[in-house]
Design a protein around this ligand. Structure first.
Ligand code: FE
Ligand code: CA
Length: 522
């Protein structure tokens, strides 16, 4: 397998200025403003192409969310076989339109499978930074190895995005998975949050303009831009792309009507689509609906089912008598948990997923999704408690998921999750109270890029009662690296030393394997 030579870092980080047109807008010179200040990205790799993304945003944080550009701009794009753009494989022109906040999504096709490409844009006389993306191997092709990295939960205020920089520096990685909480909708606090290294300096978003600014703010971080330029990504959303702990059409605040919340949710979903390198016409439908769940393959090695774990959920579990609908600790005796009419994915998405299980021919089957699947049962002197916002609040739906894996004899299922700001490696069983039974699947929960870890004391004390949890760490921020071969999955939980230091180092906190044919961690 060819390994690309290292891309010079400065090419990632700085756009080459060909010529700076002297634009004058409202008396302010934009001559020095970089239209590609928010960088470039690629995503959704297929055997013959991927999506290229950029946004014309010379004033990224403009109040109106439009990035300082209010008119259509032609954007030229080029894809090359080499990092010096001597051999062009594809090129074309797209329009950056104010209606999409000048975001550009190009669906490139006609490329060769399983190799690196380099891409760049040119607009307003300026050339963008160079990005790199791998195409997926051909369907059914034998693949010896795939490395990918996975991340979640990057709170802007609580640290620098050094973990993203270390992900970008992994030259072997072919794919980045974002598992949710790519942004947070939090407003700034007075006094600032303990440990804050920078401020959101903008209110909690509720409108399209505000969500657009929020994505722009995150992309002003050079480490995040470097990661997007280094590899193609596949992203799903969790709650904070919209609002903490919302569930379907039900907001966190019980006093806000679902009808009002759905308008806010649509603005947030739209900003996500505009700012991520997704196949936008498939995700953002002409009828105003959104469909994020999708499936892609990596030769015969892997099938990826990317799930939407928020949009179609039932109401939050066990909320009777509560003024707030946020996640909470509820008794396992609460009837909602085993109610088969409650759904986590929505019944249409469930059917789509299980049909995909039945048809999969891949060696490994990965679920790219947002929340913890495994139970975490915390025993108190009088009761047993679970956290309702995860799959723990949807016990019947979780049973259907794991039963479907077992009944379709899905080959080597592995679920990925973020959200919990802690690293976990779990075995998933049909009956979690029978630890002697063979696992059906392995679960990898990725720690946060920066967000605060959960209070670990009660969780650690509960580990003996939850023997399916094979590894747990809440003390470290970082990401997860996964190497797949036909024989095994190798997972490394990566930890940064100090989220407050943008130059912090990274190390392997824990490493573990799953052997093909033996679901669960070795
Ligand atoms: Fe989070
Ligand atoms: Ca979350």
């Amino acid at each position: 397998m060819p390994i690309p030579s290292a891309l010079p870092r400065r090419q990632f980080l700085a756009g080459a200025l060909i010529a700076a047109p002297a634009l004058l807008t409202a008396g302010r010179s934009l001559a020095a403003a970089d239209p590609f200040a928010l960088g470039v990205a690629s995503g959704e790799p297929l055997p013959d192409g991927f999506v290229l993304w950029t946004r014309i945003a010379p004033d990224p944080l403009a109040e109106d969310g439009l990035g300082g550009n209010a008119s259509p701009v032609p954007v030229r794009w080029e894809v090359a076989l080499d990092e010096n753009f001597r051999r062009i494989a594809a090129h074309g022109e797209a329009m950056a339109l104010p209606d999409r906040a000048s975001a550009v999504h190009v669906e490139v096709s006609g490329l060769a499978p399983d190799r690196p490409y380099w891409y760049r844009f040119t607009a307003l006389g300026v050339q963008s930074p160079v990005g790199r993306a791998w195409t997926a191997p051909a369907p059914g092709a034998r693949v010896e190895r795939l490395r990918m990295t996975a991340a979640s939960c990057s709170h802007w205020e609580l640290g620098y995005f050094a973990a993203y920089r270390h992900m970008a520096a992994d030259e072997e990685s072919r794919l980045t998975l974002f598992l949710g909480d790519y942004i947070y909708e939090d407003g700034p606090r007075t006094p600032p949050r303990p440990g804050a290294v920078r401020s959101y300096a903008m209110p909690e978003p509720t409108t399209l303009a505000q969500y657009r600014r929020r994505y722009a703010l995150h992309r002003t971080d050079p480490d995040l831009r470097a990661l997007h330029a280094a590899t193609a990504c596949v992203a799903t959303w969790d709650d904070h792309e919209v609002q903490n702990d919302y569930s379907g059409i039900w907001p966190e605040d019980a006093n806000v009507s679902p009808a009002d919340f759905v308008k806010r949710r649509a603005a947030a979903y739209r900003a996500f689509c505009e700012n991520m390198p997704v196949r936008i016409s498939q995700v953002m439908r002409a009828d105003g609906s959104f469909r994020l769940n999708r499936r892609f393959g990596w030769g015969s090695l892997a099938q990826f089912d990317v799930l939407d774990g928020r949009q179609f959920r039932s109401p939050p579990a066990c909320i009777e008598g509560l003024a707030s609908h946020r996640g909470h600790m509820a008794s396992t005796a609460c009837a909602d948990l085993e109610d088969p009419s409650r759904t986590y994915l929505g019944f249409d998405q469930e059917r789509w997923l299980y049909d995909g299980f039945a048809r999969s021919k891949a060696r490994w089957n990965l679920l790219v999704q947002n929340l913890l699947v495994a139970p975490l049962e915390i025993k108190t002197p009088s009761d047993t408690l679970i956290w309702t916002d995860t799959w723990n609040g949807f016990g019947a739906a979780r049973r259907r998921l794991i039963d479907a894996m077992a009944e379709t004899r899905l080959s080597n299922p592995v679920t990925l999750a973020g959200d919990y700001h802690s690293a976990w490696l779990n075995d998933l069983r049909r009956d979690f109270h029978k630890p002697q039974e063979a696992p059906v699947a392995a679960e990898i929960v990725v720690t946060s890029i920066t967000s605060n870890g959960p209070p670990a004391g009660a969780m650690k004390a509960a580990l003996p009662d939850n023997p399916h949890i094979r590894f747990f760490d809440a003390a470290h921020r970082g990401y997860t690296a996964i190497d797949l071969t036909p024989e095994r999955l190798d997972v490394r939980c990566m930890a940064i030393a100090d989220r407050a230091d943008p130059r912090t180092t990274v190390s392997v906190l824990h490493q573990r394997q799953v052997e093909a044919g033996k679901p669960g961690f070795a």
